[in-house]
Design a protein around this ligand. Structure first.
Ligand code: UD1
Length: 344
């Protein structure tokens, strides 16, 4: 791995989740000490057991909710953290529309509790899990960090508002070192097939749905819209392998200590793939076609979304290395070997 840095003690909130568990693996492999905080609301401690099996290293795990401000503060009192990577949060768009108070309470208040403890204990290096969703349904592509933000649902607005909070914090106190990482569409799994995405209930996102169809848990993929102004009429997104995404965080963590301030980076490949291209690539990886049917557009979806990832390359020396075929191969290996996710 190109991003070797001095050993740090890193708190990873949401570290038992999909992206978090891959991040913990990369941190341990890079030689860091890791403490995971997770309330297991949408994740399984089994992911961390497997990370330990893969790395031969033990991540400390604390089952805790960020809404428990006293518990969070006690965690900072008893650990000398150097930095924090903050993934913990609710993330389903449809659910956020139905339950806005729960989303604002959990994502915003949870983050405020975390920041208060970080500030009190002098831990002022933070990598925040933001999302390309903050750009809203922008018609202009590629998406560039300086574009105005316009999230279109409560989930997206929590990401945008946390970005605002962190921007204000960095402006008020120059001892903070903050990275706002705007993820495009994270997919794939660690190449071992031992850890991966394990959504609860019906998957909202395309790749986990396609994977569950391929493994026989669901009948067919519904393609939301085939009348978009795109080459094949279906929606175009910038898919990024979860291991490339984790490498982007390591690069940010390497950059921050010598750079105070607030930085925004898109983490994407810079290339778009259509829904039909994804279904085809997944079928190629699985060695069998994935059945699908066309359905109406999903409200709120943009036709095309892909990153301009050139800032992350210029500042961090980071870019993606895994293509759509590899994303599908790794995602399929995980799904095939764990048809029911972490529930054996
Ligand atoms: C979605 C969220 C976004 C969130 C991101 C997390 C919405 C509107 N946006 O982004 O806020 O940050 O997930 O990864 O939910 N598709 C189908 N059939 C399906 C599922 C999806 O055709 O069963 C299509 C969608 O219309 C879209 C593409 O596949 O064109 C990708 O969808 P998805 O994986 O849900 O990601 P986003 O919509 O980009």
């Amino acid at each position: 791995m190109a991003y070797m840095l001095g050993c740090m003690k890193v708190l990873v909130t949401g570290g038992a989740g999909y992206i978090g568990s891959h991040m913990v693996l990369c941190l341990l492999e890079a030689g860091h000490d890791v403490v995971v905080l997770d309330n297991l609301a949408n994740s399984s401690a089994e992911s961390l057991r497997r990370v330990e099996e893969l790395t031969g290293k033990h991540p400390d795990f604390v089952e805790l909710d960020l809404l428990d401000a006293t518990g969070v503060d006690r965690l900072f009192e008893t650990n000398g953290f150097d930095s924090v990577i903050h993934f913990a949060g609710l993330k389903a768009v449809g659910e956020s529309v139905a339950q806005p108070l729960r989303y604002y309470q959990n994502n915003i208040v949870g983050t405020l509790n975390l920041l208060a403890s970080m500030d009190k204990h002098g831990v002022r290096t933070l990598v925040f899990s933001s999302s390309a969703t903050v750009y809203g349904a922008s018609e202009e592509v590629p998406l560039i960090e300086k574009m105005p933000l316009d999230a279109t649902n409560p989930y997206g607005r929590t990401k945008e508002q946390i970005e605002d909070i962190l921007t204000d914090l960095g402006a008020a106190d120059s001892s903070w070192h903050i990275a706002l990482l705007r993820y495009f569409n994270p997919v794939g799994a660690h190449e071992s097939g031992r850890i991966g995405e394990d959504p609860t209930g019906v998957p909202n996102n395309l790749l986990p749905f396609v994977a569950q169809v391929a493994v026989g848990r669901r009948e067919k993929v519904m393609v939301f819209g085939n009348d978009y102004p795109t080459p094949d009429g279906t929606g175009v997104r910038d898919y990024i392998h979860v291991m490339d995404l984790a490498a982007g965080h390591l690069a940010a963590l390497d950059y921050l200590p010598s750079h105070p301030g607030v930085f925004r980076w898109n983490l994407g490949s810079g290339e778009g793939s259509s829904v039909l291209e994804v279904i085809q690539a997944f079928g190629d990886a699985a060695g069998k076609p994935v059945p699908f049917a066309f359905a109406p557009r999903r409200p709120g979806d943009a036709a095309v979304s892909y990153a301009d990832p050139s800032s992350a390359l210029a500042d961090l020396g980071w870019s993606t290395h895994r293509n759509l075929a590899q994303m599908c191969e790794d995602h399929w290996r995980w799904q095939r070997e764990n048809p029911n996710g972490y529930n054996a």
